[in-house]
Design a protein around this ligand. Structure first.
Ligand code: ADP
Ligand code: MG
Length: 356
């Protein structure tokens, strides 16, 4: 149970498939949900189906099987397709898509045309103030910085109080400093407005920093849906393991509920059901270097990252692992070292199913 389990489900995808006219399936068997106020991140490499999933939720693409529900009502199914404008979803695109001939104020008010005049003005003022744009209300989009354009796009998307906000790689056109600031601003804004959101990104750090739950997509399929912590520590596939951080794999053998490897013996995962020959996932943060002239490892690479240094160690067997060390620790290239692995969980995959 997570604390959010008692909140109502806002978005629910059940076994959703989508195909484009070419006939090939762009999405298959996608199931996940988001509860009120949750941020779900769709994470995966280019072409894996992130944008298609957003478009299906928004109602721009029909589903070829399965169901999508918003606030408990089915909006997409094979025999049902509620039009986009009736779904009450807000959208923020990569390029913000502001109307160039409208001021910030008119952009923000665009989706509020049918509301009563008094409410409309106060709602626009509220959104401008929430996004820090009150002073810039009369400007046109071309006279705004990237961060300001993004705030205007967010204000416009949130003004009609959408049931769900969809964001497609919203930070990809911003410089790194602005991105960092806008991520925090977005989190704050979503919390203040209690908005449920689906955030598309190909950057696992962004997904981890922003999301309550992450959905990793690969080749049109959902590989794993989990909290960032579970995704990082207990990935269900080698693909997820590598996509959400540095992962190395060494061979191991399961015997009497332990895994025996060249870097030591670890408790075998109790729910593992595959064969005895496995690969064990090793994260750099679990590997610690000890100076040892007779050690089995050789320092082959060193990458200074400021707060940490990432070392690459070649083992006697020829296998290669990374170690994250405090950047105050220094091991020269080509020196012999010994490794100690201290992991809270052992992650193994059946070697029979393993592809390199
Ligand atoms: P992502 O956003 O993760 O990069 P997309 O959802 O855009 O991926 O694309 C998923 C797959 O669908 C890709 O193989 C892509 O080439 C294909 N695709 C996307 N849009 C179209 C389209 N309009 N017509 C045909 N195929 C498309
Ligand atoms: Mg995309």
């Amino acid at each position: 149970m997570t604390p959010s389990d008692d909140k109502p489900i806002v978005l629910d995808l059940k076994d959703v498939a989508c195909s484009y006219e070419t006939g090939s399936l762009a999405l298959e068997g996608i199931s996940f949900s988001a509860r009120k106020g949750d941020i779900v991140s769709l994470l995966g490499p280019s072409g894996c189906g992130k944008t298609t999933t957003l478009r299906a939720i928004a109602g721009f693409e029909p589903v070829s099987s399965g169901e999508i529900s918003l606030n408990g009502s089915i909006v997409s199914a094979t025999d049902r397709h509620v039009p986009t404008e009736q779904r009450r979803v807000g959208m923020v695109f990569q390029d913000y898509a502001l109307f160039p001939h409208l001021t910030v104020r008119d952009n923000v008010g665009f989706g509020l045309a049918s509301a009563m005049a008094d409410n409309r003005h106060s709602r626009i003022d509220e959104m401008l103030s929430l996004t820090g744009l009150s002073e810039l209300a009369r400007r046109y989009p071309h006279a705004l910085s990237g961060g300001q354009q993004q705030r205007a796009a967010l204000a416009r998307a949130l003004a009609p109080q959408p049931v769900l906000l969809l964001l497609d790689e919203p930070f990809s056109n911003l410089d790194p400093d602005t991105t960092e600031r806008m991520r925090m601003e977005l989190l704050h804004l979503l919390e203040q407005t209690q908005t449920t959101a689906v955030l598309v990104t190909h950057d696992h750090e962004e997904a981890f920093a922003m999301a309550d739950y992450v959905a990793v997509l690969n080749n049109g399929k959902l590989e794993q849906f989990a909290t960032p912590e579970t995704m990082y520590h207990l990935p269900v596939s080698p693909f997820v393991a590598e996509f959400v951080g540095q992962a190395d794999f060494i061979p191991g053998t399961i015997r009497d509920s332990v895994v025996v490897t060249q870097l030591g013996t670890f408790p075998a995962p109790p729910d593992y059901r595959g064969g005895p020959e496995v690969v064990v996932m090793i994260r750099p943060d679990d590997v610690h270097i000890r100076e040892n002239r007779n050690g089995d490892g050789t320092v082959e690479s060193r990458q200074f990252r400021g707060s940490e240094t990432i070392y690459g160690i070649r083992l006697g067997s020829g296998d290669f692992v990374h170690s994250s060390e405090a950047s105050t620790r220094f091991f020269p290239l080509d020196s012999k070292v010994e490794l100690e692995v201290m992991a809270t969980h052992t992650v193994v995959f059946d070697r029979k199913a393993w592809k390199t």
